[in-house]
Design a protein around this ligand. Structure first.
Ligand SMILES: C[S@@+](CC[C@H](N)C(=O)[O-])C[C@H]1O[C@@H](n2cnc3c(N)ncnc32)[C@H](O)[C@@H]1O
Length: 389
């Protein structure tokens, strides 16, 4: 098997970087051409000087913060995996523990920086909604002297991306492409009238469940942020109800709609919500609390899949698996979710998975559990159930 390159060579040093969680069959590097482009640009234009303040938004696994660690960057990040990747990669490269400060995606940069920031580097996030939220969040710590450089793969940079920068920051232009990546340069216009950050947003579910009209709150990074995903809707319509489900986990919960609905249908069950996204977990908390207020408790974990959930402790796991990790398409996470489910379930415990018909989850699940039943299907989705035996 071809070994993936883990050596990032930059003008700021050479670093061994891995994605997290470490996977021997990993096909993706821990950084991308856009990271390399930013580092080259900073070096070629001698933009970094001692004592500058540096904010890095959405650094994945340390591709920017580790080479730039001597400038003591603050990294704003939504992903548990990426922040753990930064911590582990820092240790592996013997970088001082306090060189990189990690803050989460809902922190207010003005609580971290006392004056405006000198340089802001932004790796473009997956969604425009997240970019919009992040530009609003950083705006209070920008001034006309702040150097703002965003970076992404060319295929992810559109007119709409540029327009967001112009609407929230000011004049914006792009660089030439290098290795299919591009930089975006934005200049703060202090006279610009900037509207309020529209996030978090909410919508009402398209139907009532047990007479309840559910209003779903969503932070910007959350899956199904502007409307209920069709797969999730099909899942909700077919959720099981039975007293045997004493502990239910909403695995990769997003805004928590599956778990909240399962809680309504299973009034005595204990609920656990897990997601690697900070904004997802915060959205799930808000949605659970808005339905149950003080009357019911649940556990919420920002974690990798089922880390933190005890083995042999869960009777039902609900899963609408992701097929992305950051901007990369992969089914590694689905595999990991299924294998870890087997550990977490009690004997006869059940894992229910919603799958787009073109994804081969049926075969995967059968390999892991030795059984797989179709509970419901329509022209786009199948709802699969496996039992731990
Ligand atoms: C397809 S979405 C489903 C969200 C929600 N359950 C629904 O049906 O609307 C997949 C979710 O898995 C989360 N996720 C991705 N990788 C994860 C990981 N390693 N551990 C936990 N959650 C993860 C994503 O943040 C996302 O919220």
């Amino acid at each position: 098997m071809e070994q993936i390159n883990t050596l990032l060579e930059t003008a700021f040093g050479r670093y061994q970087l891995q994605r997290f969680p470490v996977n021997k069959a990993e096909k993706l590097r821990a950084w991308d051409a856009a990271d390399e482009y930013v580092l080259q640009h900073l070096d070629e234009n001698k933009l970094l000087t001692e004592n500058i303040s540096l904010l890095i938004v959405n650094d994945g696994f340390g591709g920017l913060s580790i080479p730039l660690s001597r400038y003591k960057p603050v990294v704003m990040i939504d992903s548990y995996l990426a922040s753990h990747g930064i911590v582990l990669n820092s240790q592996n490269n013997t970088i001082d523990e306090d060189a990189i400060t990690i803050s989460n995606s809902l922190d207010r940069p003005e609580d971290i920086f006392t004056t405006s920031v000198d340089i802001v580097l932004i790796k473009l996030p997956k969604s425009l909604a997240m970019l919009e939220d992040q530009l609003h969040r950083i705006r209070p710590v920008l001034s006309s002297t702040t150097i703002i450089i965003a970076a992404g793969m060319t295929k992810n940079i559109h007119m709409s991306t540029m327009k967001l920068f112009e609407k929230i920051i000011g004049d914006t232009k792009t660089s030439l492409a290098r290795k299919k990546s591009r930089l975006i340069f934005s200049q703060v216009d202090e006279r610009l009238t900037v509207s309020e950050n529209p996030f978090p947003t909410s919508y009402t579910l398209p139907y009532k469940l047990d007479g309840i009209d559910l209003e779903v709150n969503n932070h910007a990074a959350v899956f199904s942020q502007d409307k209920l995903d069709v797969g999730a809707r099909f899942f909700v319509e077919n959720l099981p109800a039975d007293e045997k489900y004493t502990t239910i986990v909403d695995l990769g919960c997003g805004n928590g709609v599956l778990g909240v609905m399962a809680a309504i249908k299973n009034p005595t069950a204990n609920l656990v919500f897990t997601d690697e996204s900070y904004m997802a977990v915060e959205s799930a908390i808000s949605n659970f609390v808005s339905v149950f207020e003080e009357t019911r408790e649940a556990e919420f974990l920002q974690t990798d899949c089922l880390q933190g959930v005890e083995d042999n402790s869960v009777s039902l796991i609900l899963c609408n698996p992701p097929f992305h990790q950051n901007n990369a398409i992969t089914d590694n996470v689905a595999w990991q979710m299924f294998s870890e489910s087997k550990e977490a379930l009690t004997q006869k415990g059940e894992l229910w998975v919603i799958a787009n018909r073109h994804l081969a989850y049926h075969a995967k699940l059968k390999t892991i559990f030795g059984n797989c039943e179709v509970v419901a299907s329509n022209n786009k989705f199948t709802l699969l159930k496996v039992i731990k035996s």
